[in-house]
Write a protein that binds this ligand. Structure first.
Ligand SMILES: C[S@@+](CC[C@H](N)C(=O)[O-])C[C@H]1O[C@@H](n2cnc3c(N)ncnc32)[C@H](O)[C@@H]1O
Length: 169
């Protein structure tokens, strides 16, 4: 685990590295964002729908979500693009396990424990690479490395497009 990752995010014991943290995560994010967290996650969908208007239900698309956590955004994307394949990456096995439990009925999702800034995946594999509520937690050199990694993993025909916000700083 990288050094920056081994701290108590969100004041939770064990940071991201514990089952109780994964169990509590969604509730405490809802409190942090006054009940608006899901609406903020769904802000990604209109842009993806516009960009992939030709793909309709997502047939033939492969998405990469970095820092997928408990899979809350993943579920919205899977509902918006029911035929797309989604690869979820997260450093926390506890959060990935929670996501797998939640998303068991979706059959086009796979899960990988790993660092978004260095992934053992083939160049040009994905139609879109995205994350939610992640970049504000990363040191700036890791942010840069993660954007470069995302660009490497994107299919070459797609331009690099980055949009985001951070609610914390
Ligand atoms: C604030 S949570 C966001 C989770 C989810 N995207 C959401 O909408 O709730 C950040 C997530 O990113 C993961 N994470 C942090 N640094 C990471 C890295 N370098 N590579 C992969 N995942 C990382 C954490 O384990 C955590 O699950």
């Amino acid at each position: 685990m990288p050094e920056y990752y081994r701290r108590n995010f969100h004041f939770q014991s064990n940071g991201y590295l514990g089952k109780s943290s994964a169990d509590l995560y969604e509730h405490q994010v809802e409190i942090l964002f006054s009940g608006a967290a899901d609406a903020m996650r769904r802000l990604l969908i209109p842009s993806l729908k516009k960009h992939f208007a030709h793909a309709g239900d997502g047939t033939g698309l492969h998405f990469l979500e970095i820092g997928s956590g408990t899979g809350r955004l993943t579920r919205f994307i899977a509902l918006a693009f029911p035929k797309a394949h989604i690869t979820c990456v997260d450093l926390s096995s506890f959060y990935l396990k929670e996501a797998q439990l939640r998303l068991g009925s979706f059959h086009r999702i796979d899960y990988m424990q790993g660092k978004g800034e260095a992934l053992p995946l083939v160049d040009g594999t994905f139609d879109a690479v995205f994350s939610c509520f992640l970049f504000h937690e990363l040191p700036s050199d890791v942010r840069v490395a993660m954007i470069k990694e995302g660009k490497r993993l994107l299919k070459p025909e797609w331009p690099l497009w980055y949009g985001g916000f951070s609610a914390v700083g």
